[in-house]
Design a protein around this ligand. Structure first.
Ligand code: ADP
Ligand code: MG
Length: 291
């Protein structure tokens, strides 16, 4: 059975909205020297919105209708934002015959109005839909911190959507406190490099890994674990699950997907990132009392 101080620590943590799934991980948390954080849904609130629309061909309503049809069955937060934007403008999506989500890239759907691709510009380009004429525009939006997704139909690029999410209110403070306590802070995201750098700069993170595909997230955690360094990973998405398992301590945001929560040792039920610091304080104190 768990030592009494750990049981008390767990109680104190629970009052702060921090759920410990294992006593071991909670003890290990005081020993980590690196903390890796996912961007969307972890550093940010995870509710991106469509902020700008650029149509190459057709109208905004048509673009949104096609994009929403393709995204309707996706669970990705970007998909939700696209569907919401379409709904708000009264765009009516065509019927969908088949749908496939490609993690870290986008979606493909066969619809009444043709084959629709929605995803990163690189995803469309990789499938033979030329988007090069919008490169400059995309770069500018990404430098401003936007996530740009492109929409194509039957091999033609129809337009781009620029999405933006809001940083959690205490993100800057929480990261500053983690760094003050000696932790190396690392951003790990599937989003584009430019938007990731922008967020890292705003929040003050030490290191950035962007454009990382879902399988790559666990690899990066593994690399950070060399030389005896212990790593905590904080995430919320399906994509984060392998990295949460790989980390010495996996921490899931409570609003996250079920698989992230199942893969984690610690679950943060509040929407405050400062709980990452509070949990460390409790972890340290519980351990000290055990000696
Ligand atoms: P994150 O690490 O921020 O959760 P993901 O790995 O889920 O990011 O996705 C990486 C990128 O792939 C997104 O920024 C987007 O460009 C593209 N993408 C993934 N899924 C979708 C989708 N359902 N719709 C549009 N774009 C997507
Ligand atoms: Mg996420």
């Amino acid at each position: 059975s768990a030592p009494l101080s750990i049981v008390r620590g767990a109680g104190e943590a629970a009052e702060q909205g921090i759920l410990m799934r294992t006593g071991e991980a909670f003890q290990a948390y005081r020993l980590v020297s690196t903390i890796v954080l996912d961007k969307t849904g972890t550093l940010t609130e995870g509710r991106p919105k469509v902020r700008e629309i650029d149509v190459f061909d057709g109208t905004e309503e048509e673009l949104l209708a096609l994009a929403a049809a393709a995204e309707a069955s996706s669970e990705h937060p970007l998909a939700q934002a696209v569907v919401d934007a379409a709904f708000q403008r009264g765009a009516v999506p065509p019927d969908v015959q088949s749908f496939e989500a490609i993690p870290g890239k986008g979606v493909v759907a066969r619809t009444d109005k043709g084959e629709v691709l929605v995803g990163s510009p690189a995803f469309l380009a990789g499938r033979g839909t030329d988007i090069s004429h919008a490169e400059e525009r995309i770069r500018r939006l990404e430098n401003a911190g936007r996530t740009v997704i492109a929409v194509g139909r039957d091999g033609r690029a129809l337009g781009i959507l620029a999405l933006g999410d809001t940083l959690r209110a205490d993100a800057v403070h929480a990261i500053a406190t983690l760094r003050k306590s000696g932790l190396k802070t690392v951003l790990l995201t599937g989003d584009n490099e430019r938007a990731a750098r922008r967020v890292a700069q705003e929040v003050g993170l030490d290191e950035v890994h962007a454009g990382v595909l879902p399988d790559g997230k666990a690899d990066i955690v593994r690399k950070l674990q060399t030389n005896g360094r212990r790593v905590a990973m904080v995430g919320d998405g399906i994509n984060d699950a392998p990295a949460l398992m790989q980390a010495d301590v996996g921490i899931a945001m409570g609003g996250g997907t079920d698989i992230a929560i199942e893969s984690a040792d610690i679950i943060i039920l509040s929407n405050r990132l400062d709980t990452l610091n509070i949990a460390r304080d409790i972890s340290r104190r519980s351990y000290r009392k055990m000696l």
